[in-house]
Design a protein around this ligand. Sequence first.
Ligand SMILES: [Zn+2]
Length: 81
Amino acid sequence: MKIVCPSCSYVGESKAIARGSRKIELALWCCCLLPGMVYTMWRQSREGQYEGCPNCREANVRTLKRKDWKIYERHGRLPAS
Ligand SMILES: [Zn+2]
């Protein structure tokens, strides 16, 4: 899906970003195996991911409508909203 990022003004395809953090995941794996496994599975599942900005991982992005994206492709800028 096409998005506009309010924090770094990225425009383009969004990316599925895993929630939580890699550090916690590793810590859980080191301390106890089972929670680490559950945490990893959660991050790889649909619930553990969000569509966000591939640049700065911003989750609160605006989705672009097909029409708006066409305008952006043609003119290189977004229509004033
Ligand atoms: Zn961004």
